[in-house]
Ligand binder design. Structure first.
Ligand code: CO
Length: 210
């Protein structure tokens, strides 16, 4: 399917199906949103956010970029995060990586990607910080898989280290940051058990007097 007109037809059919089940669905949606989840995922077309969680419109606030990064200088990510945490009061932030991630694979290579280089740079830093864990792993797919997981854990920590998250915790807001992995071969999500739920789990250098 390559014709964009077909997409609009699909959309109209989709809206009609939802409205058939619930005539007020879109009228209610137009009144506002109160999602409980912020999803930070890869831009990869194979990793849908809302659909993969079995949820629908209004349920998930979504931010996606190449390799699901939460870089502390990225104003785009920080804007999404602040809005989601301060205004929408999401209760869970989910960083979801995925196997065979092109961004992670690119970061593992020595190829010069031009404009993409600075974006991939922090993934290389994560590799360097965990270089010992890669020793003895020869298989490239296994190496990528390990870096995908380490990258997710790094982003969970990056988020917890922001003033945005720390202020929310200080204010007594219940907020957990999760690291998940989406497996392309099965469509299933796995909890990598990297959840951070409070400032006590931060290293002291990253704790802010918020
Ligand atoms: Co990816």
């Amino acid at each position: 399917m390559t014709d964009p007109k077909q997409l609009i037809e699909n959309n109209h059919a989709w809206a009609a199906t939802i409205q058939e089940d619930n005539p007020d669905f879109f009228a209610n949606m137009a009144k506002g949103q109160s999602p409980k989840y912020l999803w930070i995922g890869c831009a990869d077309s194979r990793v849908p956010a809302t659909q993969a969680l079995g949820l629908g419109p209004g349920d998930v606030f979504v931010h996606r970029n190449v390799a699901n990064l939460a870089v502390h200088t990225d104003l785009n990510m920080l804007t999404v995060l602040q809005y989601a945490v301060e205004h929408l009061k999401v209760e869970h932030v989910i960083v979801c990586g995925h196997q065979h991630c092109g961004g992670v694979q690119a970061a593992m290579s020595n190829t010069d990607f031009g404009q993409i280089n600075p974006w991939l740079r922090s993934i290389k830093d994560t590799y360097r910080a965990h270089a010992a864990e890669f020793e003895g792993i020869e298989d490239q797919a296994s190496r990528v898989d390990l870096l995908v997981r380490l990258n997710v854990a790094t982003q969970v920590r990056n988020l917890a280290e922001t003033d945005i998250i720390q202020k929310a915790w200080k204010a007594g807001q219940s907020l957990q940051i999760h690291g998940w992995l989406f497996t392309l071969e099965t469509g299933k999500v796995t909890d990598l058990e990297k959840t951070i739920s409070g400032p006590d789990e931060l290293t002291s250098i990253h704790r802010l007097d918020v």
